[in-house]
Design a binder for this molecule. Sequence first.
Ligand code: FO1
Length: 317
Amino acid sequence: MEIVALAGGVGASKLLLGLTRVMDARALTIVVNTGDDIVLHGLHISPDLDIVTYTLAGAVNPKTGWGLRGDTFSALKILKRYAREDWFNLGDRDLATHIHRTATLRSGETLTEATDAIRRAWGVEARILPMSDAPVPTLIETEIGVLHFQEYLVKHRAALNVKKIIFDRADVARPAPGALEAMASAEGIVVCPSNPLISIGPILAVPGMREALRARRERVVAVCPIVGGKSLKGPSDKMMKELGHEVSALGVARMYRDFAGTMMVDSADAAQKGAIEALGMQVVVRPTVMGSEADKEKLARAVLGVLQKSALAGAAG
Ligand code: FO1
């Protein structure tokens, strides 16, 4: 069963790890947000691509969910001695990935090619695609001006108010080669529990992506990243509030209703089932918080079950 997953960083990676354990990972194509990408110290850094790759390789730092387990930061200390910015923690081993990606891009290869080489080098069987080979940096307009997403999130610890989110140069970007084809032919598409605004939002902003999802709406299931009115990790809830969205499963469903036929919401949000169904969406209520490895696999199995059911329903036509 060919599956496509739309993913951001840490939250998505837990479900993706579960999926690779309960299905043939070679049948999984992951389309990853690159709005977080940033050039620092002359290196092209793709945080969410690396979070997904390292997690599926079993190499991610389990405490943070990003970077490599057991990494050290000696190079960063010397960069600081050279008066270079050190607010973005780049580990010594992690730097090898950014050096390789940057050199690969400089030799004329695409981000898709660089990403594929890196995930294969880590023994990851799932296919990992950037949302686009073109840069679509996510910019955050705040009270102190327009910042790159990482400056907003990491340097300013997401403390500033979000006035506007800009997907810079999205209009001239194109989906990465293979992404639209995978979405058109997949038996099922899962929107991972990532930040709807700055992880799933950038993917949807790439021309053609949202239309591709709408065309398969009855095969799209979205796992809600907001549980009981809160985001489990990261500033989704704060950002949604600041931009006027209701911070709830219903609020997320409103953002996804045009392209997701099914919402999977946590048991804590069972009371919103009716209101979400009134949007014209199917609703599956079950535990969605992944505290353990077993939780990741259970949620993954539940997602596959929903996709199989909608595939069968579709076949019955
Ligand atoms: N997140 C942080 O909060 N602080 C960091 O210093 C940091 C460094 C970092 C280095 C490499 C990488 O791949 C990710 C990193 N992240 C860090 C996470 C990054 O900000 C992600 O874009 C967000 O967590 C959203 O997925």
